[in-house]
Each structure stands twice: as structure tokens, then as C-alpha cells.
Design a protein around this ligand. Sequence first.
Ligand SMILES: Nc1ncnc2c1ncn2[C@@H]1O[C@H](COP(=O)(O)OP(=O)(O)OP(=O)(O)O)[C@@H](O)[C@H]1O
Ligand SMILES: CC(C)(CO)[C@@H](O)C(=O)NCCC(=O)O
Length: 399
Amino acid sequence: MEHNREVEIDGNSNPIQISRLALDIGGSLIKLVYFSRNSGDDEDPPKDKVGVSNGVNGRLHFAKFETAKINDCLQFISANKLLLGGGFQHQENCTNDRSFIKATGGGSYKFSELFKEKLGISLEKEDEMDCLVTGANFLLKAVNQEAFTYLNGSKEFVQIDHNDLYPYLLVNIGSGVSMIKVDGDGNFERVSGTSVGGGTFWGLGKLLTKCQSFDELLELSHRGDNRAIDTLVGDIYGGMDYSKIGLLSTTIASSFGKATSHNKDLEDYKPEDISRSLLRMISNNIGQISYLNALRFGLKRIIFGGFFIQSHSYTMDTIAVAVHFWSKGEAKAMFLRHEGFLGALGAFMSYEMHSLDDLVVNQMMPLPVNASLGTDTNYDPLKGDLNGTESIQCSVYRA
Ligand SMILES: Nc1ncnc2c1ncn2[C@@H]1O[C@H](COP(=O)(O)OP(=O)(O)OP(=O)(O)O)[C@@H](O)[C@H]1O
Ligand SMILES: CC(C)(CO)[C@@H](O)C(=O)NCCC(=O)O
């Protein structure tokens, strides 16, 4: 393998040096987080209290691939020379670092032989729940304008008070859903989960609408009207509310209830209505189970992560409304800008010299957004998919 540390990525003509790559290999998606040193850095490297330079400036990069296209991911790592980093070369003996990368998620077990065979690298496995919590705590504490609430179409950033962050319920909506009560750094318990998650939306949606990509299915939901398929309270109550138990006529009484109609088949329903109804059913259900778990432990804050959300307004709105409705406004749903990268960030933090305190994030610097996987016919696996993501300008300090 070549050992040139200066590489080009993202079509940028400036050579940048990659150090540290971590992976979260999930049931649906592989997430990558890697750090690149700034090249020709104008900024002074971070200094300690007595003014000695003890860190480097750079960027954290995010990318994702479908797990089914793992070969694209391997190619991306290899083409962009992401394995060449070995820490900060002026201080580190990096020989060991080159032989493994930190990885989490079920795929770190399932694909460990493939990484060995194709890239000659071992995956050092980190526990998935540990990584989710570390990643969420890092984002909440270190990144400005990371957490936000979403209600009635309006997004509001939440200023997190570090002394008043815990406890909270972390709900990670990936292929399946994990619900974790977080009481501090490394102090957590997975209190619940549900198999009705992002994989369910994508899987059922694909079967029912014949969509070819997740983004297409989401796009369909924008244009759909779930009332064509869902049975509303008003459909049952002759257009009236059932106010005695607090149900409006417009509330869904039964998701997909109208599909029981004897004289209609799948072809009689519009794919966009199916997608909308499915998205609403799954989001509502997750919102409700999350609320019930928050209630179990008296938690007021529910933080949602995972790539199912994809900052999609209708998804967030449905989840937030469900939490608001069931908790009568007592509990708050919060979302994260880097929602899908919690596990990968946690794995990144698990490199010895990156504790939460080592990584100081200065500011958010949006990168040009590439087209998304699946819908972009010009999709280039060598560039990865930075869809909806950014790189973060940050400094890394030595422990
Ligand atoms: N391009 C995409 N292809 C497939 N699914 C996508 C895509 N974008 C978003 N999703 C959604 O994100 C979900 C996967 O989210 P995420 O990557 O957080 O979980 P995962 O790590 O793959 O799953 P798990 O943790 O259960 O192993 C999918 O089930 C789907 O709902
Ligand atoms: C199995 C994992 C943890 C893999 O990420 C996830 O898909 C999940 O939490 N599924 C839900 C399983 C359950 O608790 O019913």
C-alpha cells in the first residue's frame, strides 16, 4: 500500500491529510467519519495554557453508503487514501494505527473478513450503544446549533446547557429502533427498542410503491395525502370529533384502514398516498413508544437520531406532534443536524487520543452538497455521498 499522506478528496485541488477514520456499519447504511488536517493552514494550531502548540486544526468529514453497496465504500476508502492516517505524525508512532480502524454496528462483525481481505485492515469493534451515546453527547456538547425542535413547520435551535443535559432519552431510528436512557458520559441503559423502524418504512414502501430508492419514497410522501388510505375518526363518527376522549375528526383512527375496502386493490391507491400513510404510521408509532418510555423514567427530553429522519420535515413534524400530543406538551422532541452519524462519531471518539475533551469544534462550515445516493445517475462512488451533511471545522488536542 502507498504511504503518501497527502491526498485529494471532494474534488478539492488542495491536498489534505487524512488522519483517523471510523465506521458505523449498520443494517442499511455504512457511515464514515474522518478527520483531515488543514493544509497550508493559516490558522495557528491550538495552544495549551502556557502557549505550547498541542493540537491540529482540521475538519471532520462525514460520508455514507448503502450497506448493500459495501464495495463502493471500500473503493471510496481506498481511492481517497483514508487509511493512511496514523494520528499526528510529528508526535505519534503510527505503525499500529495503520493496521486497524475503529468500527461499530453489526457490520463490524459481519464484514470484518471482507475489510481484511480487500483493504488489509482489521476492524477494532466498539459497542454500538456506547458509540451512539458518545456520539450524541459529543454533538450536544461540542457543536454549535446542533440540536433543534421542530413544530408546525418551524425549526428552533436549542442552546444546550452542559450542566442540564442529563437525563434524556436517545431514540436512534436506524433499520430498527433503539431507545436509550442517557444519564451521563458512558452512563446509560438501553431501555427499549422496536423492530418497526426505518427498514420497515423503506421495505414496505418499496413493496407497495415499487420505488427504486429511499429518497424517491420520501419524495413521494411530500405529494401524498394519507386520508385516501387511513381511516380517520371522522370516517367512523360521521364527520364528527369524538371529543369526550379528545379525538378530533381528523385524527387517524386506523392506519391503512381504508385499504380493507373490498372493491379496491393496490393499483387503486396512489403510491404517494401510500408513502405518506406509511411514513405517518411509522413516525407516529415511534413517537408514541418514545413518549411512553420517557414517561416510564420521568424524562422530559427525547432526542431523535438515525438516518430514517434525514431532516425530513414531515417525519420530524409527525414525531414531534406525537410526543407533544401524548405528553400533553410535557415532553419535548429534539432532532440533531448530524442525526445519522452518532455511532460513527462515537467510534471516532474511541481512538485513544480522542476523548470528548480532545476535540474542540470551532464552527460549522458547510461543504458543497453532492447529489444523493440512488437518485443521482451521475453518482460517483469515489466521491461518496455527502448528502445532507457537512464537514465541521475543528481542532484536535492531544490528551
Ligand atoms: N439512501 C438510503 N438508503 C437506504 N436507507 C436510507 C437511505 N437514507 C436514509 N435511509 C433510512 O435510514 C435507515 C437507516 O438508518 P441508519 O443508517 O441510522 O441505521 P443502520 O445503522 O443502517 O441500522 P441499524 O442500526 O438498525 O443496523 C434506513 O432504514 C432508511 O429508513
Ligand atoms: C439490532 C439493532 C441494535 C442493530 O442496530 C437495531 O436494529 C435495533 O435496535 N433493532 C430493534 C430491535 C428491538 O429492540 O426490537
